[in-house]
Design a binder for this molecule. Structure first.
Ligand code: GLN
Length: 543
């Protein structure tokens, strides 16, 4: 029978519950256990697909096409837990399902209520992951204890221990222990209050993970243990990491969290196997090269909007032993100031995915600059579409070439809507979504990167390369190096005459892992290293 770990958060949001949950999953796997990961989000949207990245950060897409919370990205990068639609539920989905059942008459005669109907639905989605062969299910509850929306979820996990036995559940609470400069000390009161709130609703945490910028001394831990009714050994410090998020699992091991979990849940686990992870940190700490990459997107200051992109760049940096300095540049700013001023000196340009017309011309200008100057370029989804628009306008000579997403009556719709999309009116979950097969052209740069003829990558878009223009583009130097299985949809374009220019209709960033960098990102960073070595910018500055 699977054991359950519930991760809640208190005091403030953004404590890194997702990262901590992922780290715990990774440590349990490193002890030979089979883990499943899940996030329950208290907001009312059915999924984050219709939310602005400003509100919610990136939408993380799974193989099965579900649009999920970005914390699932941490889960996939840190663990081998297979993620599906069942790995992320929101209040919206829970209520939708209960209301649909009510309409079908499944509760005839009954008043449908939060307890037990909503809480039963929540418990059912948790139980779904506890399949035979699974040792531990880790369920993270989004939001912060005390939020109105969180209540049904907390109530459900309280009841869960009654259903499966207290000895099969472990409640872990992530909290903040702030350092007050004026007082010169760490303050435990917010933690006491937040645990107090949890206990009021009947959840006594077994383990407290204390986020802090300074180390807790024994006295701080004793105080927290006493006031929060938790054994001293279960007050675990998680100090801020200045260096890298990849240090988190190792620091939890230092505080013996894996041993505590294994003991407390009575798990039969092996020795901790962390060689891969230690090797990765070694590579990260000892780079042999340094490159700088510009990411030109709609959002510059909001890093969560392109979370997986930044992560994938880091992974490639580790794989190629390069310290990568990434700068995000708002594409609108590029429209005002020009690429020469903002992009000179960078060893690579990446244009990520996106929606909406704002900043499109800045992206097109940036891509033109990279194409003409031979700067390594990786375009992703909208980034590929902009590369096609740019090539259409400036190389093929199609004046006013555009995507019909931005210009309905462009004379040259080089990017246009998929036929299957034309009749769809609902916005949620209706794009071309999830893993699709692409076949790679022999001898292409893409085929060289992947080292195999067929790939599966994740999609999230409504528009596509317009096949009418294929021959024209190919004859002028932009080749189609990847297409779907029947050849009707363009998945990858590249310019063989350029040092490294590859643009893809899918999202490779979702399949990159710290221990297995994505081949396209890896190829891109290698090209940036080579450009840097060639010293072209320095030569230009000196001339
Ligand atoms: N807006 C474009 C489309 O829907 C690109 C989407 C994306 O970059 N994810 O096709």
């Amino acid at each position: 029978m699977a054991k359950h770990i519930f991760v809640t958060g208190g005091v403030v949001s953004s404590l890194g519950k997702g990262l901590t949950s992922a780290s715990i999953g990774m440590l349990l796997e490193a002890r030979g256990l089979r883990v499943r990961m899940q996030k329950l989000d208290p907001y009312i949207n059915v999924d984050p697909g219709t939310m602005s990245p400003y509100q919610h950060g990136e939408v993380y897409v799974l193989d099965d096409g579900s649009e999920t919370d970005l914390d699932l990205g941490h889960y996939e990068r840190f663990t081998n837990s297979p993620l599906t639609r069942d790995s992320n539920y929101t209040t919206g989905q829970i209520y939708l399902s209960v209301i649909n059942k009510e309409r079908r008459g499944e509760f005839l005669g009954k008043t449908v209520q939060v307890i037990p109907h909503i809480t039963n639905e929540i418990k059912a989605v948790i139980r779904k992951l506890a399949e035979p062969g699974v040792d531990v299910v880790i369920t993270e509850i989004g939001g912060t204890v005390g939020d109105i929306e969180s209540q049904p979820f907390l109530e459900a996990i309280r009841q869960f221990a009654l259903d499966v036995g207290k000895e099969n559940c472990l409640y872990m609470h992530l909290t903040l222990v702030p350092y007050l400069k004026a007082a010169g000390e760490l303050k435990t009161k917010p933690t006491q209050h937040s645990v107090g709130l949890l206990r009021q609703i009947g959840v006594q945490p077994d383990v407290l993970i204390c986020r802090t910028e300074r180390s807790l001394d024994r006295e701080d831990r004793e105080k927290i243990a006493l006031f929060c009714n938790v054994p001293l050994e279960a007050v675990i410090e998680e100090k801020d990491k200045d260096f890298s998020i990849y240090e988190v699992p190792l620091s939890l091991v230092e505080h013996q969290l894996d041993q505590l979990i294994v003991r407390r849940l009575g798990l039969t686990a092996g020795e901790l196997e962390l060689d891969d992870w230690r090797d990765l940190l070694h590579r990260l700490r000892n780079p042999e090269h340094e490159v700088s990459i510009a990411v030109v997107g709609k959002y510059a200051e909001h890093r969560d909007a392109y979370k997986s992109i930044y992560e994938a760049i880091d992974h490639a940096g580790m794989a190629r032993r390069a310290q990568v300095r990434v700068q995000s540049i708002q594409s609108e700013l590029l429209e005002e100031e020009g690429p020469e001023r903002l992009l000179s000196g960078f060893d690579g340009l990446l244009v990520p995915g996106g929606f909406g017309e704002r900043g499109i011309e800045g992206k097109v200008d940036a891509i033109r600059f990279a194409r003409e100057r031979g700067i390594p370029f990786l375009g992703i989804c909208l980034g590929m579409q902009c590369a096609v628009i740019e090539f259409g306008r400036h190389v093929v000579g199609l004046d006013g070439a555009h995507s019909t997403e931005f210009s309905k009556d462009t004379p040259h719709p080089v990017i246009c809507m998929l036929d299957e999309q034309k009749s769809i009116t609902d916005k949620g979950g209706t794009m071309r979504l999830g893993a699709q097969e692409a076949r790679l052209a022999t001898g292409s740069r893409a085929a060289a990167c992947y080292g195999r003829p067929a790939i599966w990558e994740r999609h999230r878009h409504r528009y596509e390369f317009n096949n009418v223009y294929r021959a024209q583009f190919e004859s002028l130097g932009m080749t189609i190096s990847g297409a779907n299985a029947d050849g009707s949809l363009v998945e990858i374009v590249e310019i063989p005459g350029h040092p490294w220019f590859v643009a893809v209709q899918f999202h490779p960033e979702f399949k990159s892992k710290p221990t297995a960098a994505h081949p396209l990102f890896s190829g891109f960073i290698q090209a940036a290293i080579e450009r840097k070595k060639a010293g072209l910018w320095t030569a230009a500055a000196g001339s």
